[in-house]
Write a protein that binds this ligand. Structure first.
Ligand code: MN
Length: 241
């Protein structure tokens, strides 16, 4: 139904002219605001062998095309089954403890990996700039101290999980770790916030090259961090307040 025929249809229902002026606009606005984009499986923004200084091509290929794809496909399937296609992923996570566990595991897997691919780049590494650097130094003392605390969170996670840099409700940065595919947006997380940097410490992320040497994997991560992308995510947390 196009807009003109919708108006005609609506005018048949609301014969009162005064009511009819405002109704279509309001309905359309409400409708367009509640539609949420479906998760999409976008191509990796760089070749599988682009991050060799951190992670090998085979690991990257299996990680992206097998693990990530499975989380995505299972998440989409659950969204359809549960009729949740019009709810934002952030809303789903905010009461994830009350939902189908697939939202937590596969939705988390989809969201966490998407962020992970975005915050890495073959041209990454170095030090963040501007507002983000000031916030990191303000919160952790120095950039080196921040890295140490983040590495401690990544190494301290027993078994599978993630290390995060996030922004809390007051706008402050904090470091945390979550098990499995949980993340700081979820109501099950000890510390809640919006993640802007995440490191996957599941063995599937590093075992081929590093075997049991998680510390080496974690310290090499800094070679590929895309600080421009992290800074952009940091700025977005300010806008969304
Ligand atoms: Mn992974």
């Amino acid at each position: 139904m196009n807009y003109k025929s919708f108006i005609q249809f609506k005018n048949r229902i609301f014969s009162n002219r005064v009511i009819s002026i405002g109704i279509p606009t309001v309905l359309f606005l409400t409708f367009s605001l509640t539609i949420k984009a479906q998760p999409t499986f976008d191509p990796l923004p760089y070749p599988y062998d682009a991050l060799e200084s951190f992670i090998d091509k085979t690991t990257m290929e299996i990680h992206y095309d097998k693990h990530y794809r499975a989380y995505y496909q299972n998440f989409v399937k659950t969204l359809k089954e549960e009729d949740l296609t019009e709810i934002s992923i952030e809303s789903l996570f905010s009461d994830v403890s009350k939902r189908n566990v697939s939202i937590r595991n596969n939705g988390g897997g989809f969201y966490n990996h998407k962020l992970f691919w975005e915050i890495m780049s073959p041209n990454g590494g170095g030090v963040p700039e501007g507002e983000l650097l000031r916030a990191i130094v303000g919160e952790f003392g120095t950039f080196e101290a921040f890295k140490q605390q983040f590495e401690k969170a990544a190494l301290g996670r027993f078994g599978s999980g993630w290390a995060w840099l996030s922004v809390d409700a007051t706008g402050k940065l904090f470091i945390s770790s979550t098990p499995n595919q949980d993340n700081p947006l979820m109501d099950v997380a000890e510390k809640r916030g919006i993640p802007i940097l995440g490191l996957d410490v599941w063995e599937h992320a590093y075992y081929l090259r590093y075997q049991n040497r998680r510390a080496e994997y974690v310290s090499n991560f800094w070679n590929v961090v895309n600080w421009k992308a992290v800074s952009e995510k940091y700025k977005q947390t300010k806008v969304s307040k």
